[in-house]
Design a binder for this molecule. Structure first.
Ligand code: SF4
Ligand code: SF4
Length: 149
């Protein structure tokens, strides 16, 4: 598998936590792989149904994180992620997302809704490579297949 990435994009997360919930403009959908839901349940000692709901049609994602009444992720506490070490891939990727182009190539896209876009250093290939490898590793754990082959 190969991937392409945006050249000349700057990014520095300011920890505003806007990506951890809904805004007036859009609903944030925080999707989880099966393995991510399982790990979150183990780590938090909660039943999966307490923090996520089952979904269909978004495979490999099979759960959606629940939100509080004010539209925030249930794990956002005092503007911080309370499961940071095991947060879902979707959260690790934000504001980036891997999109499939054609049959083989994957391209990193990003959203300008993130306040960190345009700030900080210009991102190098190594930044995207790290995300890509992390994604391949977790997907492989989730499916039991080595996607790097
Ligand atoms: S919206 Fe962007 S800047 Fe704010 S916490 Fe999320 S990734 Fe960081
Ligand atoms: S899991 Fe953590 S990083 Fe992801 S949306 Fe919830 S609070 Fe934010």
């Amino acid at each position: 598998l190969s991937f392409d990435y945006p050249r000349n994009v700057r990014f520095l997360c300011n920890k505003c936590a806007i990506c951890c919930g809904d805004t007036e403009e859009r609903d944030r959908s925080i999707l989880l792989l099966r393995i991510e839901a399982k790990r979150t349940a183990q780590k938090t000692q909660k039943a999966t149904g307490e923090f996520a709901e089952k979904i269909e049609g978004s495979e490999p994602y099979v759960y959606r994180m629940k939100k509080t009444r004010d539209g925030k992720c249930v794990f956002l506490k005092d503007s911080r992620c309370s499961i940071y070490d095991i947060r879902p891939l979707i959260c690790r990727f934000y504001p980036f997302q891997l999109k499939k182009v054609g049959s083989r190539e994957l391209v990193f896209a990003y959203t300008n809704k993130c306040l960190g876009i345009g700030k900080g250093p210009r991102l190098k290939r190594s930044f995207f490579e790290k995300l890509f490898k992390e994604s391949a590793r977790i997907m492989a754990e989730d499916t039991g297949k080595d996607l790097s082959e």
